[in-house]
Design a protein around this ligand. Sequence first.
Ligand code: AMP
Length: 398
Amino acid sequence: MKFIGEIDLANKTVYCRCDYNVPLDENRNIIEDWRIRASLPTIRHALGKSARVVVISHLGRPKGNPVPEMSLAPVARRLSELLEKEVALLPDCIGDEVRSSVKKMKPGEIVMLENLRFHPEETKNDDAFARELAAGADVYINDAFGNAHRSHASNVGIVRHVAECGIGYLMKSELDYFEAALENPVRPFVAVLGGSKVSDKLEAIENLSKRVDKLIIGGGMAFTFLKASGFEVGCSLVENNLIEAAQRGMDKAKEKGVKLYFPVDAVIAQKPAPGEANMIVPVQEIPEDWMGLDIGPASTRLFAEVLADAKTVVWNGPMGVFEIDAFSRGTYAMAHAIAETHAMTVIGGGDTDAAVQKAGESENMTFISTGGGAFLWLMQGHKLPSIEALERHESSRG
Ligand code: AMP
């Protein structure tokens, strides 16, 4: 698989798949432009090499229809501000009008095509759509890590129809940091998992158990494990159908010699709502009609101690319902504890990224991933379909 720096881009039309799936407010202002900023090194590199840059992306879930509220117009404007250069948004991502506009581009110019998901063929990885999308491209660069676990036309199918393909700076950083942490960790290697869904994380636990020295499990998912260990956890979030699987996960981790850590206390309330009365109790003492919504101070101290000697840390998933102030302290304390280690710290995207930002610790982490789903996919030990497509492309060229 090639890196953009190894490909001759001069005077070429370079299609660059970015992940501009940014959050918008009700007035369609961008709330958080980090994913756009993360694409700048690749775009600046291509423009600097006198390429004609055509940026492609999806935004939201328009379900195959042209939904004006999900137009990439705000993204094109923001990218234009960041680059200090005009970024015209073409009215579609395929079709004669798009093709003739791209043909007229001059070296060093950049345009953006409209939301790929306005066409149902995109998410179906439809080959005819992929071919049409690729029609004007001399080079295809995939820099959309956040979408890399999907098999869509713009990141898998398209590769068959472009002569020269590779990855951009962001994709390379994401893969390099992940590999450094998971495949080649300096030890002790500590993984921290949180969030609500055990179903998503069981595979990750199994895969991580082959690699980590210590595994900290917090967040709502911890209660299924605590229940499996014989604790009564009131009406905390428990995936009853996964209790046995959770027990097997713990057994496997122990067989591999992994040290497992769970919360020892919790901030509890009767509902996950702002303003609810709450209290801190040991996990053994959660009343029947109360639920654990954050880790308590004793857990925070325990986890900080577990992390103190870490040399590699991977963190995915909040320790509590951090969106509500009263249940956010454990997650922020975890962000501070991880930031204080002398470890390489790799943070999974989505909620965890938002929590690290709110804790003011973004600058103190080694790497924050732009992809939630793709990051989890890698933690589960899977290969990314978009990367496999690029590897197949390269090996078919000999
Ligand atoms: P996930 O999508 O599985 O990573 O879960 C993220 C969500 O988990 C966040 O929205 C948190 O509010 C939620 N969460 C974390 N801890 C708890 C908890 N103890 N009970 C219920 N939800 C939780």
